[in-house]
Design a protein around this ligand. Structure first.
Ligand code: BGC
Length: 381
């Protein structure tokens, strides 16, 4: 190559690079160390950014969302999810902050279910029941991560192979969770997929605790919640669904119009007592068309932040952080007190393997499990 064309090429490459930096297109996810697990396995921290002021940080321990920064109505950015500063926090933590939950989101009664005539036994890690995949669910596993950013979005794909029999569940399950942050929209998309080599059950979700004020020293009771859900699944005293689908109308579970989380939370209601507040699955209204549906909206009046949740799932667990008790030392040394974060876990219903009337969570060889959830952020006056 002569000198002139190579100089031209250098100039051209520089302009393409500069343009891509300016638009955010083609920028790759930033990776750094996040320490070693107690077993000596290295964990990394992945930072996804866009052109609208949003930043999502994910670690490959538990495929966990550790931080999510979005602007308020004045353009001031703050972290709106709870979490820890250190890997040790996530290893020892019991609250599932930001984690990917698997193999089974929420409870399975008495840690037992039968499939194809065989009874499977799971660890009972929540009173008499099995919760969030057992003693060491997907939230306590190291996932393989690979950045797959496109011109219009930063993308992180995480994979984990769960061996046959892990935590009592049948089949080798290959699970994938993909976080996508578009360059020009403040929304985080989470896509889940899985396959199995034996009949099994699966229910993956993300367990982020939100505080849209950006200040986790404040309770979330003033957030206004809307749930497009005409029914919920009442529970027994151990938080296992009774099997009934109950109309929300006329109960403190009616969020079909925006209502402050705290407006009815302390009412004298048996279901609220069982959960010590809200800790229930809502049955989402399903329009005729399939695909992502807008199912929940949460507005925080002081910051103006609005979170809209879209999902392909039939249910959502709304948990008002009732079991946070100020002992978890979170980011920046913050002790997370009761009701300083809420979860909206898009999912199939808890204990579905023991309720034939609930949408099925069975996955068979040759089938592919696929669900998606989008967390969309904006602001209002
Ligand atoms: C459950 C709560 C539980 C929380 C943290 C939620 O999904 O429904 O009962 O305390 O997760 O483990």
């Amino acid at each position: 190559m002569t000198r002139l064309p190579s100089l031209l090429l250098a100039f051209f490459s520089f302009f393409v690079f500069a343009a891509s930096q300016a638009t955010g297109a083609g920028r790759e996810v930033q990776t750094s160390d996040f320490g070693k697990t107690s077993e000596g396995v290295s964990v990394h921290r992945y930072v996804l950014t866009n052109n609208k002021g949003a930043e999502a940080v994910v670690i490959n321990y538990g495929a966990t969302l550790v931080s999510l920064k979005v602007p308020d109505r004045n353009g001031k950015t703050a972290d709106v999810v709870l979490g820890y500063d250190t890997l040790e926090g996530y290893e020892l933590g019991k609250s599932y902050f930001g984690a990917t939950i698997g193999r089974y989101g929420n409870r399975i009664a008495r840690g037992e279910f039968s499939l194809d005539g065989t009874v499977f036994h799971l660890p009972r890690n929540d009173g008499p029941n099995s919760l969030h995949g057992g003693m060491r669910g997907f939230n306590k596993r190291v996932w393989a991560a690979v950045a797959r950013s496109r011109a219009d979005a930063q993308v992180l794909e995480l994979s984990y192979t769960s061996p046959d029999g892990e935590e009592g569940y049948p089949g080798t399950v290959k699970a994938k969770v993909t976080y996508t942050l578009p360059a020009e929209t403040n929304e985080l998309r989470i896509d889940y997929s899985a396959t199995t080599d034996k009949d099994t059950v699966i229910n993956l979700t993300n367990h982020s605790y939100f505080n849209l004020s950006g200040d986790a020293s404040k309770e979330i009771v003033g957030h206004e919640l809307l749930l497009r859900a005409p029914q919920f699944t009442p529970v027994d005293a151990t938080l296992i669904p009774t099997g009934e689908l109950r109309a929300v109308r006329g109960t403190p579970f009616d969020f079909t119009k925006p209502t402050a989380i705290g407006a009815r939370i302390n009412q004298d209601d048996e279901q609220l007592k069982f959960g010590r507040g809200y800790d229930h699955n809502w049955v989402l209204e399903k329009p005729a068309e399939t695909g992502l549906q807008l199912v929940a909206e949460v507005f925080e009046p002081t910051s103006g932040r609005l979170l809209e949740v879209l999902t392909t799932e039939p249910g959502i667990q709304f948990y008002s952080g009732n079991f946070l008790d100020g002992t978890a030392k979170g980011k920046g040394g913050q002790l997370y007190a009761r009701r300083t974060g809420f979860c909206l876990e898009t999912q199939h219903f808890p204990d579905s393997p023991n309720h034939p009337n609930f949408p099925s969570t069975v996955l068979k060889p040759g089938e592919s499990y696929r669900t998606s959830t989008v967390l969309r952020f904006s602001t209002r006056k």
